[in-house]
Design a protein around this ligand. Structure first.
Ligand SMILES: C[S@@+](CC[C@H](N)C(=O)[O-])C[C@H]1O[C@@H](n2cnc3c(N)ncnc32)[C@H](O)[C@@H]1O
Length: 242
């Protein structure tokens, strides 16, 4: 379904995330001062899953959102989907009781029937896909009418007062910390660069609205550098060519 440039981009992503997979969680926790778990918990709560429902976590990586969802409701069925096997291998090691279903696939071509899940989450995925609209279309397709699609992402710093400090953290602290711990300097230079070039929560909300989501909400964290944007699939499917 994807074209050649998308496949090429996906290969770059796979290589990059495979390279940092073993240290990914540690670097994440250090560079967010341990706040990353709270944002993932907020993302899961925003999904408003019914008890014992079904969740798809797209771009699951090592499964941090998926594990959080299972912790909040052990009766949930959680599918963790990611492009990079090595990220999931790290996650599977922590999943000794096999509480999560792991699927290796592309966010732009989800291997599921329509209306399959009660909610869909993604964490730090959208910055990395070659086509954000297409990713949201796929998530809209597989979520049930009335279900929520929740996107946790970094966003360009917007605080004028703290701007220089945040930029220092982004441009120097993160690449240094990530580079030293993972040995992959390129990946942790890509993170701040892609964040500064990425959409604001308002822009993401507009894209979601354009794809037919309703009830769109967003909340910022960490001086506006992280946001959770969410929308609902309307009960009646959106009209149009999607
Ligand atoms: C920054 S990590 C986020 C992992 C996890 N969601 C978290 O909260 O920490 C981004 C993940 O998205 C995955 N990814 C990138 N492009 C993808 C795509 N097109 N389809 C599925 N997963 C993708 C990467 O392999 C990586 O594991």
């Amino acid at each position: 379904m994807n074209n050649a440039p998308d496949r090429e981009w996906n290969s770059v992503m796979k290589r990059m995330f495979a390279g940092i997979s073993r240290r990914y969680d540690l670097v994440n926790t250090l560079m967010t001062f341990g706040r990353d778990s709270a944002w993932r918990r907020h993302a899961v709560r925003t999904a408003m899953l019914p008890a014992g429902g079904t969740l798809l976590d797209v771009g699951s990586g090592t499964g941090k959102i998926s594990f959080e969802a299972k912790r909040l409701d052990p009766a949930l069925t959680v599918v963790a989907l990611d492009l990079t096997r090595d990220m999931m291998v790290v996650g599977k090691r922590s999943d000794r009781k096999k509480r999560i279903l792991w699927v290796n696939a592309d966010a732009l071509a989800l291997p599921f029937d329509d209306c399959r899940f009660d909610a869909v989450t993604s964490g730090y995925l959208m910055r990395n896909v070659p086509d954000i609209s297409r990713a949201f279309q796929e998530q809209l397709r597989v979520v049930k009418p009335g279900g929520r699609v929740v996107c946790l992402e970094t966003s360009p710093p917007d605080s004028r007062l703290l701007g220089p400090l945040i930029r220092f953290h982004f441009r120097f602290v993160i690449p240094l910390l990530g580079g030293l711990i993972s040995g992959r300097w390129d990946a942790y230079r890509y993170l701040p660069r892609s964040t500064e070039a990425f959409k604001t929560p308002e822009e993401l909300a507009l894209i979601m609205a354009g794809e037919g989501f309703t009830g769109i909400t967003y909340r910022r964290f960490m001086f506006g550098t992280v946001a959770v944007v969410a929308g609902t699939r309307p009960a009646v499917p959106p009209a149009g060519p999607h």
